[in-house]
Design a protein around this ligand. Sequence first.
Ligand code: TH1
Length: 755
Amino acid sequence: MTEFSLASYANKPLAECTELELFNALLSLTKDAAAEKGYNQGKKRLYYISAEFLIGKLLSNNLINLGLYDQVRAELAEAGRDLAELEEFENEPSLGNGGLGRLAACFLDSCATLGLPASGVGLAYHCGLFRQSFDKNKQYESPDYWLRWGQESWMRRTPKHYTVNFGNLSVTSTMYQIDVTGYHSQCDTLNLFDVDTVDERVIKNRINFDKSQVAKNLTLFLYPDDSDEAGRILRVYQEYFMVSNAAQLMLDECVERGSNLHDLADYAAVQINDTHPTMVIPELIRLLGERGIGFDEAVQIVRDTCAYTNHTILAEALECWPLSFIERVAPQLVPIIQQLDAFVRGQYEDDFVQVIDQWQNVHMANIDIHFSHSVNGVAALHTKILEDSELAPFYKIYPEKFNNKTNGITFRRWMVECNPGLNKLVSGKIGEGWKTDAEQLEQLLPLADDPAFLAQLDQVKRTNKQTFAAWLAAHQGTVVDPDSVFDVQSKRLHEYKRQQLNLLWAIRKYQRLQMLEADELPKHKVTVIFGAKAAPAYTIAKDIIHAIICLGKVIEADPVASKYLQVVMIENYNVTAAQHLIPAADISEQISLASKEASGTSNMKFMLNGAITLGTMDGANVEIAELVGEDNIYTFGDSSDEVIARYKRGDYNPRSYYEKDEELAAAVDFLTSDAMLAQGDATNLNRLHDELLNKDWFMTFPDFADYCATKAQVLKDYEDREAWQRKALVNISKAGYFSSDRTIAQYEKDIWHLR
Ligand code: TH1
């Protein structure tokens, strides 16, 4: 193996290099090291098609995976340079909204690590998810140009081009490639498609740009929707562009590997990541037809090749495109979709399972379910809800297709990289094996009775809190107290995730603090930390952000309350911020309305980093609770069955809760108090107040009292530091199940069969 020395990649002494020069040198070194490792290869290959790959910064991740991290850091230190300075310098590719995109990135890491030949296929967005800034306590959005500064990029341009036809417009694509390094393994690749005609000058600001010229706009932006579908036609263009490239690439590569296309399923497995890549099904049927394969056989080949993952039951996120959109974007698919529709109509009468409904809307998930061989949910509860209610008519037809694959995260990024202190403590005790065999973390369990070890764990957390406080001060000038309890809720802003429930708790806490006598005041200050972006068009979500920031200001201005409570909103929360924040968290807020969060993945990251979950029995929280036992998690609120039943009855009335619970009423009304109005905007605060009181679609009021009581218990238990660290230790020990290596091994065994 080559000895990689950074000095040989720079044309002057490292001490004299600019950050840009050092970064470019590191990039070249990493690329060479990856190339030397080589790529996972085999007869059958996975094509993981996804509109999002939220890969985050790659420098340290790649150095760790390639086994070069310590050596490079030492070489830099010798020259008086700091790797942290370059980590800061790197731009984050935010090519995803949240969990769905980050999951795709973790999956590629695990595929590479497990030696599975895999390609991610997606789009090379010029601008990632918008940058968020706060002004007048409100969110503002600006374009995220992540490729800048004449800086070298992780993406390399390849000579691969495909023609994609949109009705009377035809474009030529270019494929870019990013190496996906696995942990001490060979690499896989992420293939991102772009067109050269995209013109960044059409951007006026984040939400106002000239959308008329498709060729100029096609890959300009990632859609800033998380579980909310904006329903714009440009999105359909993006989707067709993505899948047409994916299908052409895959057929080419399979033929190169020896496929005669009749046996395509022996050469390729396609995983359809939510419904965004659904058109790959009719596109493959079309392309197989062009290559001489009849319709019925093509349908069977495609079914044997494709598998579909569902990530949400939120009705508004289930894609449903007017056939007229598809007629405009990809008219060549229309006869195929109509044939698929006719095929389904011939077999099943139920309207629910039809491909095209009576209003000529195409139900993308229905195509996926009929014409793929596997349908999976992303946590046990989610899959059960799909089978029993959301997709029950399909489950009746195809019980054999349904399966669960509980999500996972890569421990390389979410512990080794982001929490070096914990990594060292853990590896010092049980060795390094857990990094590729995560269940080995269970070897830590006996240390639950070792006070010295628990004290060390406490020390690691304390250091992480200090490091985070320093980062936050530098990042946005906000000062937090590392001696306070860090109570964290970080995820996209959505009503179903219920940041508003946490907000109401903070208001109530503030109101109680004002009433307490000096001798009743709490021992530890609580710092409630939010990180969240709201989709630019999602009004109520933005109102919630506004209310959180305003409340933070109200409390800050109160000389007594501010000693015991602080409310902070992190600006521009992204993967980088998450890597600073999660290792510092004491409490992990996972408080979605039961049944609505398909899985969640930050819950797993917090657990692995020793935070204790305060959550509803939703998504993967249910599995966390089973693993750690009731002493090591705090659960509250209505069950998914109760919630589903209440929706069915349709009799939920938030006012009845408001009228019965004085404290709840006082907290809700505080939103429009003089104190809040002095900080904020009446329009926004009134709208949020009225929305909660009259609608509260995600049922915060029924769970409010239980949430407050449970959180009081959490804060009380925090006072016994040793008992708390014991809970943290159990959480870390039991996190092994949530390694994405386990998830990927299950996809491989049950669905892909690459080996
Ligand atoms: C998320 C789910 O909300 C989350 O519970 C899950 O852990 C994650 O996917 C990974 O499985 C989703 N993100 C999106 C984004 C869009 C559309 C649907 C979903 S579901 C754009």
